[in-house]
Ligand binder design. Structure first.
Ligand code: GAR
Length: 215
């Protein structure tokens, strides 16, 4: 089995990063985390990555005059670590179309909503305001349009009476930590790949797994 070399890009606490590192530490996982890169020197996830023995790098966006300049510095780090796939995990910088196109089919992101609902920020608060009874998270290929790429995997959670944005976020993040390693496995072992702007899957589906909320 070829283990693909993966970089995780973070800006903050890195709980999804930890779930990816843990999954990739298993010998049968088709990827190894070769680099954790942050645009913020103070991202708490950096220490967690270093503690797990993963190479870390900081490319501070504030130290670069333009987005292109910032991304060139990131590309240098990605090249130095021979990276094949990128996972965005709470990476809060908008990337240029050029960068996104260069990594097309090789860069994925996790977003805390059932896309295409609730692109952008404050997803849990907006879901509560709308009164939806099912919410969740999505892993998708990254395309130039924000939070709009082809969907690789989704997990749903119920919204329950009395939920606040925080309680809902806490329920969603548990599923993010399950879903992201699953999606990374699928793109690294070839089960899911980008094909003409859609995700092509090579495995069958269980069509009986309907979720009702209220259950
Ligand atoms: C996660 O909930 C992730 O889905 C979200 O940021 C959080 C990062 O947490 N990402 C986005 O909103 C991207 N649009 P983490 O640093 O603990 O993984």
């Amino acid at each position: 089995m070829t283990r693909r070399r993966v970089a995780i890009l973070i800006s903050g606490r890195g709980s999804n990063m930890v779930s990816l590192i843990e999954a990739a530490s298993r010998p049968d996982f088709p990827a190894g985390i070769a680099l954790v890169l942050s645009n913020r020197p103070d991202a708490a996830g950096l220490e967690r990555a270093a503690a797990a023995g993963i190479a870390t790098a900081v490319v501070d966006h504030k130290a670069h005059p333009t987005r292109e300049d910032f991304e060139q510095a990131m590309e240098a780090e990605l090249k130095a670590h021979d990276i094949a796939f990128i996972c965005l995990a709470g990476f809060m910088r908008v990337l240029t179309d050029g960068f996104v196109e260069r990594w097309s089919g090789r860069m994925i992101n996790i977003h805390p909503s059932l896309l295409p609902l609730y692109r952008g920020t404050q997803t849990h608060r907006r879901a509560l305001e709308d009164g939806v009874l099912v919410h969740g998270c999505t892993v998708h290929f990254v395309v130039p349009e924000l939070d709009a790429g082809p969907i690789i995997a989704q997990a749903a959670v119920p919204v329950v009476p009395g939920d606040t944005a925080d309680s809902l976020a806490a329920r969603v993040i548990v599923q993010e930590h399950v879903l992201y390693p699953k999606a990374l496995r699928m793109i690294c072992d070839g089960t899911a790949r980008l094909d003409n702007g859609r995700v092509a899957f090579t495995r069958g589906w269980n069509a009986d797994g309907t979720l009702h909320s209220p259950g």
